[in-house]
Design a protein around this ligand. Structure first.
Ligand code: SF4
Length: 256
């Protein structure tokens, strides 16, 4: 049998297994570790964790995955506008876990022509220009990287924002070619995440201690006050509850 046919058959078998796992409801009643173990066994080196190094969720998953399989893959999208604290954390994690972190960059020529035409701080001018910047610096590099995978893992949680309320623990990611998308802590609260961090001494971004619940690009993240919505420090000049960068938005094919 031709290699392509063998590969296609095994992909179809993976999709059937995945659909059975989803339809049985097993994924929804499984612990994060059980879902990660399932994913790592099923997809091997074709599954990777997307970690922004700007939220404790990704680091919790990195710690869990590393305990299950120290060779588990992790990647970060380096937009070129991340704060120094995030770069420092990436190196801390490399040392602590003795782990390669795959750093994914945007296409230089796309960034160059965008900033030449629109300026370096275009994102403050309109939602459209902000989305253009997120598309070129995050969505396109993510799409390119995911095209080489069969599955990815995210730290999405349902109570992070209105747009994330229906996040399943396991889904078929149609916006990225039908690969598997594992969201193992979708039903966790922020308290559960922080408890795990404390219990396992997981390294997290130092900006959290300065009032940043989530840290994205430096010009697009700021500290929030007591009682503020947790996502309100991201793109704070925009109004919508549906603020996303596009990475997790199925319709646009592209929202971290
Ligand atoms: S978060 Fe801000 S700087 Fe980063 S890619 Fe989006 S618009 Fe650009």
């Amino acid at each position: 049998m031709a290699l392509e046919l063998v590969a296609e058959e095994s992909i179809n078998r993976l999709k059937t297994d995945m659909l059975e796992y989803i339809q049985s409801g097993a994924a929804e009643s499984s612990s994060p570790q059980e879902i990660l173990t399932w994913g790592l066994e099923k997809f091997g080196d074709k599954i990777a964790l997307s970690c922004s190094f700007g939220a404790p969720e990704g680091l919790v998953l990195l710690d869990m995955m590393h305990r299950i399989d120290p060779t588990a893959r992790v990647f970060v999208l380096d937009t070129g506008r991340l704060p120094q604290a995030t770069y420092d954390l990436i190196d801390r994690v490399r040392d602590r876990y003795d782990k390669t972190v795959e750093v994914i960059f945007p296409a230089a020529e796309r960034v160059q022509s965008m900033v030449s035409e629109n300026g370096l701080n275009l994102f403050y001018e309109s939602v459209e220009k902000r989305e253009l910047c997120c598309r070129i610096r995050k969505v396109e590099p993510l799409n390119r990287f995911l095209s080489g995978l069969d599955a990815w893992v995210t730290g999405l949680r349902r109570d992070q924002s209105g747009a994330r309320q229906k996040t399943p623990k396991l889904e078929i990611d149609r916006a990225h070619g039908g690969i598997a998308k594992l969201n193992p802590i979708a039903d966790w609260s922020r308290e559960q995440v922080l408890d795990y961090v404390k219990e396992h001494a997981v390294p997290i971004n130092r900006l959290h201690a300065e009032g940043y619940p989530s840290v994205g690009c430096d010009p697009c993240s700021r500290a929030i006050g007591p009682g503020d919505d947790l996502r309100s420090g991201r793109w704070w000049w925009e109004e919508s509850d549906l603020k996303e960068c596009g990475i997790h938005l199925e319709e646009k094919g592209s929202g971290i």
